[in-house]
Design a protein around this ligand. Structure first.
Ligand code: SAM
Length: 233
């Protein structure tokens, strides 16, 4: 968690918007984990979205971040963070850095966060935003996160912010004993379910949660790459 100094008037106004976001969108939907609420009140979401949508940063929805990708709805970020059950000792892998916003929320609560993004432009933008805000417990990696990060494994928690056809086997293999994988599972643009897989002494157990809608996890152990698509934002 980076150190913070006094706020300017503008920053104070954004802080008020964030507090309203948490009260109106998160608490009213039944999330009361004090640490998660505090992280959402702290991380400046407006600094993770493109300038043209910055005025909507504290709205109740996903927003475009370019390259056909999105920053998730604040409620979904909060829910995934609750499901991850982080502690200050957790080593976390996030697959799908996107804007870097969920990364920052994870970094507020966990000891160490690795985040991997397949799109170079987004990976660099997320890295810069996280660096500017002083998140020194985050390592940004460019690559195919459907394969995990074997050289840094095992992870106590793995959070996947794109939908997979099934929990990717490399991620399951990189989960520490007592670890939890949070991953949306389903079809591209169709039915998806936020799923938690836990590794216990008895093996892996899977619990299906709420329906959700995420962009696809594209990679070797995700969905097929739709091809050399138009790389413009
Ligand atoms: N957590 C992000 C945030 O707070 O902005 C939202 C992530 S967005 C919904 C999903 C991201 O996953 C996209 O940036 C996409 O490029 C990325 N992605 C998709 N497949 C991936 C893969 N195999 N490895 C790494 N990143 C991937």
């Amino acid at each position: 968690m980076p150190p913070r100094g006094p706020q300017t008037t503008q920053e104070h106004a954004q802080t008020e918007r964030r507090h309203a976001m948490v009260a109106e969108q998160i608490e009213t939907r039944g999330i009361h984990d004090a640490d998660v609420l505090s992280a959402l009140r702290t991380v400046p979401r407006h600094l993770f979205v493109p300038a043209e949508v910055a005025d909507q940063a504290y709205g109740d929805g996903a927003l475009p971040i370019g390259y056909g990708q999105t920053i998730s709805q604040p409620y979904i970020v909060a829910l995934m963070t609750v499901l991850a059950e982080l502690t200050v000792r957790s080593r976390v892998l996030e697959v799908g850095s996107g804007s870097g916003y969920q990364t920052a929320v994870l970094a507020e609560l966990a000891g160490e966060v690795y985040t991997i993004e397949r799109r170079p432009e987004l990976a660099e933008r997320a890295r810069l935003a996280l660096e500017r805000l002083g998140y020194h417990n985050v390592t940004c990696v460019l690559g195919d996160g459907s394969l995990g990060l074997p050289e840094q494994a095992p992870f106590d928690r793995i959070v996947v912010t794109a939908a997979a056809p099934a929990p990717p086997p490399p991620l399951l293999a990189q989960l520490a004993d007592g670890g939890r994988l949070v991953v949306p599972v389903g079809s591209v643009g169709g039915d998806q379910v936020l799923t938690v897989v836990s590794r216990t002494a008895a093996g892996l157990s899977e619990v299906a949660g709420i329906p959700c809608r995420f962009v696809p996890l594209v990679g070797e152990r995700g969905f097929h790459d739709p091809g050399a698509q138009d790389p413009r934002p």
